[in-house]
Design a protein around this ligand. Sequence first.
Ligand code: DX5
Ligand code: ZN
Length: 243
Amino acid sequence: MVKARSIPMNPPHRIAPSLLSADFARLGEEVRAIEAASADWVHFDVMDNHYVPALTVGPLVCRALRPHTRLPIDVHLMVRPVDALIVEFAEAGANSISFHPEASDHVDRSLQLIRDRGCWAGLAFNPATPLHWLDHQMHRLDLILLMSVNPGFGGQRFLGSTLAKLAQVRARIDAHQRNDGGAIVLQVDGGIRVDNIAEVARAGADCFVAGSSVFGEPDTDGGYRGVIGRMRAALSRGFVEPA
Ligand code: DX5
Ligand code: ZN
């Protein structure tokens, strides 16, 4: 069944709250709450205690959450190996699946496996992972995820070195599209907050994963809707030409 290749390209800036910082005892409610708060995607972090030390959730939880939201479920695999879990997550209702290229024995095959199952395919880069993994893969990609912290935990500080890397990837995506390549979303993951989101967008990102800054927001400041609204306002301000 082809379901996910039609993820809408609008709005141009997508906000993807990461469930890693949600209340795991109330995940269904949390997913409904971020949809009601106008989030664009649900970011679903999968850690396996091998590729990263932490252990989170698997396809059973993705399947359980699927009926709770119409938002795309964006699965970020921090696991090794990747292929068996790609198939399980696609069957569990994921819309996009990203993996770290060094965790796959055969990157082309893993990317193709994702698309064959009707999902968007993504490659994820740690801060120290070189971009040469993109060299022969642009035509197989729907999503590029740049980690702006080292993977494994929520609540870390944004690494400033990501800005230059984002600009390099943005240039590669733009060149790819000028050569009639397909659309590729440029996602940034880690340490995104209201006060840095516009700068990160100006560097070239168009999809923003935010865990602790969304789920840590107190209800007194408007809760999830309040913080997502402030992120969108910062994004629009960040793109308005000064008068
Ligand atoms: C980290 C995860 C992130 C994490 C981001 O390994 O991939 O998605 O949830 O959390 P914050 O936004 O708190 O840095
Ligand atoms: Zn993530």
